[in-house]
Design a protein around this ligand. Structure first.
Ligand code: DOR
Ligand code: ZN
Length: 425
């Protein structure tokens, strides 16, 4: 299948200010033309009548668990889940085993990912073994294929070390992504600290943990003239800090996940560990604040923080590890809660889920311009479906959206012009 013609779809691509009916011709994996009507003789036609055609989504916060934790997920299953969600590029976090802190591990990931159904861009750790001590050799890691650095899953606790890390990464030309958490404030908490944690009698994670480190990272980026990307923002306070920092010209960007603008800590009343993640679901005021931050441009990207954990691990509400899967539901959840409610245009949604993350990470993705890779998501905006965890492509089923009915779904996903996912109903 060296060529493909996608006909009669509504193409939405904010990178070229495009929202209208067009055909797309892809040859040898590369987009050749996007025109109102393309007449070429092509043996491979996809009829996208009634569907929308988007640049493949870019999820810049994913845990693929490979190497080392492949009972939860591996590169192939994680990428299958991505393809089923219209996601063609993922940035994978370094809390693997071993930690992604060496050229060897980066090479392992990139080699295995070469035949997977999504493009995998590894994030290397900031510190050796994610121990928060020695800084890695960012230039060597970049050469081996790292596209950003982060100790995600943990904060870099020492402020001086983070400051030096940000400067070193800046000189190496790598973005820094920060997981904002103060472990001394968290003290073993497992859900948001507040009414619900009290009611359940479980230790809480105080919002000041997230907010104080977000403030620190902004101060460090400002002081050093470097840039910082704040991961999984969940609180009203952190969103306000990012908004204010942007207004002051600090080079800060941030992301949030669908669960933070759709759900609240009330879900935890079920005592089901599938609703536990870090940072945790917060209050209704936070949910509303995150939604407002998505709407006013404070939030740059919608990501999943796709964090698969095995059924046995999630069985015990108190002891289960934090994290939820999300690759297969992020587009549907966002279409349902942001687009079908009239809050966000399709074009803005594509910015949040494709254009912006590609720009922040400097990836050759997030656009359908001629010359770009043929990474495409074909979406039925009106397809209604219910999330059945056991039907997900991921090895793990820890989704907060189990049983939820969404409107909108990727029905076909192309990677370099090749069909990697086709909705079967
Ligand atoms: O919920 C989370 N799970 N948050 C993190 O920061 C790490 C992630 C994981 O690796 O499971
Ligand atoms: Zn994190």
């Amino acid at each position: 299948m060296a060529e493909v013609l996608i006909q009669n779809g509504r193409v939405v691509d904010p990178s070229q200010n495009l929202d209208g009916q067009a055909d797309i011709y892809i040859k040898d994996g590369v987009i050749q033309a996007v025109e109102p009507e393309i007449s070429v003789s092509c043996g491979n036609i996809i009829d996208a009548t009634g569907l929308v055609v988007l640049p493949g989504l870019v999820d810049m916060h994913v845990h693929l668990r490979d190497p080392g934790l492949t009972y939860k997920e591996d590169i192939f299953t994680g990428c299958d889940a991505a393809a089923a969600g219209g996601v063609t590029s993922v940035a994978c976090m370094p809390n693997t085993n071993p930690v992604t802190d060496s050229p060897e591990t980066l090479t392992y990931i990139r080699t295995k990912a070469a035949t997977a159904h999504a493009k995998v861009y590894p994030v290397a750790s900031i510190t050796a073994g994610m121990k928060g001590e020695a800084l890695n050799d960012f230039t060597a890691l970049k050469q081996a294929g790292a596209i950003a650095v982060s100790d995600d899953g943990r904060p870099v606790e020492n402020g001086r070390r983070m400051m030096e890390g940000m400067q070193k990464a800046y000189h190496a030309g790598l973005p820094v992504i920060s997981h904002c958490e103060d472990l001394s404030i968290i003290r073993g908490g497992i859900i948001n600290e507040g009414e619900i944690s009290k009611k359940l009698g479980v230790p809480g994670m105080h919002r000041a943990s997230e907010d104080s480190v977000t403030a620190r990272e902004i101060a460090l980026a400002h002081a050093t003239g470097t840039r910082i990307h704040i991961a999984h923002v969940s609180t009203e306070g952190s969103a306000a800090l990012v908004r204010d920092a942007k207004a002051r010209g600090v080079q800060v960007t941030c992301e949030t996940c669908p669960h933070y603008f759709m759900l609240t800590e009330e879900e935890l009343l079920r005592r089901d560990a599938d609703y536990r993640m870090n940072p945790p679901l917060r209050t209704e005021a936070d949910r509303k604040a995150m939604l407002a931050a998505v709407l006013d441009g404070t939030v740059d990207c919608i990501v999943t923080d796709h964090a698969p954990h095995a059924l046995e691990e999630k069985a015990d509400f108190l002891k289960a590890p934090n994290g939820v899967v999300g690759l297969e539901t992020s587009l549907a959840a966002s279409l349902t809660s942001l687009y079908h409610t009239g809050l966000v245009s399709l074009s803005r949604l594509v910015e949040l889920m494709s254009t912006n993350p590609a720009r922040i990470l400097g990836l050759n993705a997030g656009t359908l311009r001629p010359g770009a890779p043929g990474d495409v998501a074909i979406v039925d905006l009106n397809l209604t479906w219910t999330v059945e965890p056991e039907k997900l492509h991921s090895k793990s089923h820890n989704t907060v959206f189990k049983g939820k009915t969404f409107t909108g779904k990727a029905v076909a996903t192309l990677l370099d012009g090749k069909l990697v996912y086709h909705y079967q109903g």
